[in-house]
Write a protein that binds this ligand. Structure first.
Ligand code: ATP
Length: 449
């Protein structure tokens, strides 16, 4: 039933479709082995040998095959075989001196150890009781397993051992779609069964600079309403994966164009200005992208009430929520932040409760304004300002431990921020002034007065 391509090349998939050269399937296996890190390669050899001892065929499936064809770095080794995987995983872990974990609900086993991680999945079919429901999982053939997948480019399997070694199963024309640069679903109900595939389609389209195939695109638009059937956790998971792409703004612009964002929540939107801010956010941060800075930017376009609703819909984690809702909330501070008469300490007091990505978002979005300038100062300098004197030094000067100590430290920080003192000596004089009653402490008692 599968459209299989022989291990020695000579296939209908090679050649050029849409003007692009297709990899010969015979080249995939050597390419896989060349591309694997040493630890992974050895572990894979062991698993394949054990599978052959049991006269079983294991396949590389899903994104692994797609990435092999596209010559992208191999990250996931997802292996698929017919029948239970538990004993194979257990044996492999023993031989390799690693660990194995079974995920019963999906019939998968993960084997991992030093420098490797392999996922072994039992071929299965999934039946959806209703749109968006978690599927009911039953053991099945490789062909059936490929048929439950999201897109043709992810529905290929490369046999890694046994008599079929080197053979590519490509029942839906995934090779042709890779060559043509197309994201295509396998059947007309695909998005109804699982509307997370809408976000996945946009993610692959943007990542590979592909296009969503015409009919798939029409169905995607038709089925946007089914996003309502998806749980917050699954929606968040796919959105966070989109945000983890190298250039998430491409996918988000497309989501905006197709109405995907509005289908998630009517107020959620993305535009060219935010795309620019996304790029600048990436340049500003050396660390690998985390979703919070991007969520802050998305929050900058929302009212506080809408941000709260979006956070609820997506069941965001606490930090994610603080980024999104914080940025929405901060919008209301902007007129105040534009005032020319503000002291740095006042700005710090108002901004410190916010999660950094929320402040960073506004510093990017409003960078050209008076408020943006203050946000920039806060991020680059003011938030780091600390008095030179610490608790011990204050104790030596006669300040009692306890709340008074906190008050004096705050006073010193304010004085530093606002330029009233600029040296340790100045701080000592200020503290002495407080202790001798020459300087008034805002709010609280200080020391032994
Ligand atoms: P990435 O390259 O972003 O890591 P991937 O292609 O490896 O993505 P995963 O989300 O890790 O994708 O899933 C592995 C495979 O499982 C996919 O290639 C696809 O075949 C299948 N799959 C994942 N999610 C779905 C889904 N919602 N519906 C159908 N098939 C899916």
């Amino acid at each position: 039933m599968s459209r299989a391509y022989g291990g020695d090349g000579g296939t209908e998939a090679q050649g050029s479709m849409a003007g692009k050269d297709l990899t010969k399937p015979s080249k995939l296996l050597p390419r896989l082995h060349r591309g694997l890190a040493a630890g992974v390669g050895e572990a894979l050899e062991v698993v394949l040998r054990l599978a052959e001892d049991e006269r079983r065929t294991l396949y590389l499936v899903g994104g692994g095959v797609r990435d092999l064809v596209l010559r992208r770095v191999q990250v996931d080794i997802d292996l698929l075989g017919e029948g239970p995987m538990r004993s194979l995983g257990e044996k492999a872990a023993t031989v390799l001196g690693g660990r194995w974990v079974e995920h019963r609900a999906f019939g998968t086993v993960t084997v991992e150890g030093r420098g490797f991680r392999l996922d072994l999945a039992m071929a299965r079919v999934e039946r959806y009781a209703r749109p968006g429901a978690l599927p009911k999982v039953t053991p099945a053939s490789i062909d059936d397993d490929l048929a439950r997948r999201d897109f043709t480019i992810n529905a290929m399997a490369l046999a890694l051992c046994g008599r079929q070694r080197g053979e590519l199963l490509d029942p839906f024309g995934g090779m042709g779609d890779i060559a043509g640069g197309l994201v295509r679903i396998l059947h007309d109900r695909s998005f109804i069964d699982d509307a997370t595939r809408i976000l996945r389609a946009v993610r692959y389209e943007a990542r590979f600079s592909f296009g969503i195939e015409e009919k798939t695109l029409a169905l995607l638009k038709r089925d946007l309403v089914y996003l309502d059937t998806i749980s917050g956790a699954r929606l968040r998971h796919e959105l966070v994966r989109l945000l983890a792409e190298d250039e998430p703004e491409e996918g988000l612009l497309r989501c905006q164009e197709l109405g995907v964002l509005a289908a998630i929540h009517k107020a959620l939107r993305f535009d060219d200005e935010l795309a620019v801010a996304f790029r600048r956010a990436r340049r500003a941060r050396q660390a690998p992208p985390r979703p919070e800075p991007y969520l802050g930017l998305l929050g900058a376009r929302l009212s506080p009430a809408d941000a709260e609703a979006v956070a609820l819909r997506l069941t965001l984690t606490k930090r994610q929520r603080q980024a999104l809702e914080g940025a929405a909330d901060l919008a209301q501070l902007l007129p105040w932040l534009s005032r020319a008469d503000l002291r740095p300490s006042q700005v710090v007091d108002r901004l410190e409760p916010y999660l950094l990505p929320a402040v960073e978002a506004w510093a990017l979005v409003a960078s050209q304004s008076a408020a943006g300038e203050k946000l920039g100062h806060y991020l680059a300098e003011w938030r780091y300002v600390k008095p030179s004197l610490d608790g011990r030094a204050l104790e030596r000067l006669g300040v009692m431990r306890g709340p008074a100590m906190g008050d004096v430290l705050r006073l010193l920080r304010t004085a530093r921020l606002d330029g009233q003192v600029s040296s340790r000596r100045g701080e000592v004089e200020l503290v002495q002034g407080v202790l001798e009653g020459r300087v008034e402490m805002p709010g609280a008692e200080a020391g032994e007065q």
